[in-house]
Design a protein around this ligand. Structure first.
Ligand code: PHE
Length: 452
């Protein structure tokens, strides 16, 4: 397949931490808690966990095995197994290329907040107009965006083993410790128990089809599925490392941090707002508008705020690294160019696209595509349209073209495949049907026809 020697992860820990680094990101710490609060707390959590161990497990194992089997990143992997499906590789490759620029814009906002908290500006960030005022400027948000993207590029430039693996081995344990500390602090605040109860105890009367759809959409995003990332990381994985147990560990990591993020945020906001979940349901403004106010009202809030934004920054960085690595690795494979040149090209394209997203909140606020600002448009196209399409065809590809056995054989190279029957059933029948439902509902939702 690939004549050049491919660099790779040195062992299981390196692989698991890097893949978990990709999975754990803004989605876990920012999006998960507000979705959980919006869709009924405990019941959402329960549905999410059930989906993670069936649906998430199946898709993740399929992708990593595809990468390891072929030793290639997304485009090459699909093509080498069946020429007719090369289109799927191209589609998958497009997704991280679209996400990386706007993800870095948000990463830049997080960096700015961390800076403000450290520099003594925490009180400023708690003011109503701060966030809107900041993102609508021209120079500052662009500067923070470039810093975030630049750091990402530097790490990717150092390569899989010396860059990604090293950084993940350091950042992921720090991230776990920070998450636990902040979650414990938050749960111990007087009055926090009402929030904890709301978050943990499932209320079955709140269950509906939309709970499942929302949880499933979140799962995809959170586990970095259907965008070639896990295929690329799988291609760097050694054959003797156990695939099944690696996937279990990545899932545990991802779901564990999302759970802890809920524990940090939901009780704290409950206390702050006098026991109502409404303040949580506001969506994106939760992290940048509500939380700074919560920190301001808390004892020692500035310090907790510093730790919190540091945590978010680490999570966002390890995810953006995986986005960039996926695109860089595809360019290297496809154009037969070196890592340096490939990094430079990806960096420049991302700067251009990121500028659109950043300035879309300021001087270009008037420009809209299908009624959306640039950032929202890129988010919609990648997450709500392309990802379900790629996921659907991946299931068809594995379930009916190369057949589940091809994946099972790859998994069995490194031990018994314990959940083979579950995998086969989900990839052939359950997943394709569910994915079509997600696609239809998210498109209808975007056009305001059906709100989830
Ligand atoms: N999984 C990451 C998160 O939860 C987001 C992400 C999406 C990362 C796509 C890489 C690619 O935030």
């Amino acid at each position: 397949m690939n004549n050049e020697k491919r660099s790779g992860f040195t062992g299981k820990i390196g692989f698991v931490l890097a893949a978990a680094g990709s999975a754990v990101g803004l989605g876990n710490i920012w999006r998960f808690p507000y979705l959980a609060a919006k869709y009924g707390g405990g019941i959402f959590l329960l549905v999410y966990i059930l989906l993670a161990v069936t649906f998430g497990f199946t898709l993740m194992i399929a992708e990593i095995a595809l990468g390891r089997k072929t030793g290639l990143s997304a485009i090459g992997a699909f093509k080498s197994l069946n020429k007719k499906y090369s289109f799927l590789g191209y589609l998958a490759a497009l997704i991280p290329a679209i996400i990386l620029p706007y993800y870095s814009v948000i990463g830049g906002w997080v960096t700015k907040y961390l800076y403000e908290f450290i520099a003594g500006g925490a009180g400023e960030t708690a003011k109503d107009a701060f966030f809107g005022g900041f993102i609508s400027q021209t120079g500052e948000p662009v500067m923070w965006f470039m810093i975030f993207l630049g750091v990402t590029a530097l790490i990717v430039l150092c390569g899989v083993e010396k860059g990604i693996e090293k950084v993940s081995k350091f950042m992921m344990p720090v991230l776990v410790v920070l998450s636990m500390f902040i979650a414990i602090y938050s749960v111990c605040m007087p009055g926090a128990m009402a929030g904890v109860k709301y978050y943990i105890m499932p209320d079955f009367s709140k269950f509906s089809a939309t709970t499942v759809l929302a949880a499933m959409g979140q799962l995809f995003y959170s586990m970095s599925l259907a965008m070639g990332i896990m295929i690329t990381y799988g291609s760097y994985m050694k054959k003797e490392v156990s695939l099944e147990s690696s996937v279990t560990q990545i899932e545990l990591f991802d779901t564990g941090i999302a759970f802890l993020a809920g524990l940090m945020i939901i009780p704290a906001v409950f206390v702050f707002s006098g026991g109502t979940p409404e303040a949580l349901g506001k969506g994106p403004s939760l992290m940048f508008v509500t939380l700074p106010k919560v920190f301001e009202s808390m004892a020692g809030g500035t310090y907790i705020g510093i730790l919190f934004f540091l945590l978010v920054l680490l999570a966002a960085l390890t995810s953006s690294i995986s986005l960039m690595e996926t695109v860089v690795s595809i360019l290297c494979d496809k154009l037969k160019i070196g890592r340096k040149l490939s990094c430079l090209i990806v960096f420049l394209i991302s700067v251009a696209l990121g500028l659109l997203s950043s300035l879309g909140y300021g001087i270009w606020a008037e420009v809209k595509i299908i009624g959306l600002q640039f950032l929202d448009f890129f988010d919609f196209i990648s997450n709500s349209v392309l990802m379900p399409i790629v996921a659907f065809f991946t299931c068809i590809f594995v379930g009916y073209v190369i057949k589940p056995k091809a994946i099972a054989d790859e998994v069995e190279l490194s031990g018994k495949f314990k959940r083979k029957a579950l995998f086969t059933f989900v990839i052939k029948y359950l997943a394709p049907v569910c994915i079509v439902l997600i696609l239809v509902s998210s498109v209808l939702d975007a056009f305001g026809i059906f709100k989830i």
